[in-house]
Write a protein that binds this ligand. Structure first.
Ligand SMILES: CC(C)(COP(=O)(O)OP(=O)(O)OC[C@H]1O[C@@H](n2cnc3c(N)ncnc32)[C@H](O)[C@@H]1OP(=O)(O)O)[C@@H](O)C(=O)NCCC(=O)NCCS
Length: 229
């Protein structure tokens, strides 16, 4: 069967279509390592984290046509390894102990959760998604930490919201690509050039429009899908 990609945005609390409340019944769907990680968070962060994890589990279950309660979170961290006791890194689930034919990626910004699922992936295929709020790119030093010299030149002359959107656009591409690789920010973002797409061998990296994601137009998003050797 050919692989197919599904992207879904989940709104913040209080907005129509938001993840249903974080009541006991819903939280019981999550696994021990996920709940343990949540316990160490501040209330607001915890709420966003749990909502995203619930949305991701229900999304995965819907794509697979199974019960969310039959899935076990099976995260992979390049440093810590893979398994039920890993609560961070690249997301995946087991179905009753077996790997499932589904790639997943998740990102949160401004209370929104953006999910991508690739059902029946081809061998070696990888997936990464990212959403950014341009308002979060408004700090001194952003360009030096995040952008290559060519990217800094590309944004030179921009100001105000155009600059912030330009920064956030490049940042979203970088994070989508680095999530796809599975390394995250262990790779320094200022070493990765994502000007345009399909540059530097980044075939499969592209921006997502609000029409494709369902996100509000003030947020920017990117997705990376590629076959890695
Ligand atoms: C991946 C990363 C760039 C995303 O950061 P962010 O902008 O703060 O967060 P986003 O909301 O966009 O994405 C968070 C999601 O990215 C995913 N993610 C985290 N690390 C990932 C990785 N190595 N590969 C793929 N996806 C990853 C998870 O689904 C995470 O969701 P969670 O909070 O429910 O666990 C950042 O978390 C990172 O670099 N992590 C790796 C750092 C690392 O390896 N540290 C060593 C830990 S021992």
């Amino acid at each position: 069967m050919a692989s197919h990609l599904v992207v879904r945005a989940c709104p913040p609390f209080g907005v129509r279509g938001a993840v249903s409340g974080l009541e006991h019944d819903s939280l019981a769907l999550l696994d021990g390592a996920e709940l343990e990680r949540a316990r160490a968070m501040t209330p607001r962060t915890r709420q966003n984290f749990l909502a995203g994890r619930l949305a991701q589990r229900r999304f995965a279950a819907g794509l697979l046509g199974v019960q969310a309660s039959d899935l076990t979170a099976w995260y992979s961290c390049p440093r810590c390894g893979t398994g039920a006791d890993i609560s961070h890194g690249k997301p995946a689930y087991l179905l009753r102990g077996e790997a499932v034919p589904l790639l997943l990626s998740l990102s949160r910004a401004a209370g929104w959760t953006l999910l991508a699922g690739l059902v029946d992936p081809d061998p070696g295929q990888r997936l990464g998604i990212d959403v950014e709020d341009p308002a979060r790119a408004d700090f001194d030093g952003f360009d030096d930490v995040v952008l290559t010299a060519a990217e800094q030149l590309h944004l030179a002359g921009l100001g105000g919201i155009s600059l912030l959107r330009g920064r956030a656009r490049l940042w979203a591409r970088k994070e989508a690509w680095l999530k796809m690789l599975g390394t995250g920010l262990q790779t320094a973002p200022d070493t990765l050039d994502v000007l345009g797409t399909n540059v530097d061998g980044h075939a499969g990296l592209r921006d997502l429009t609000p029409a494709e994601t369902g996100l509000p137009a003030d947020l920017v998003a990117a997705i990376a899908v590629a076959v890695l050797p």
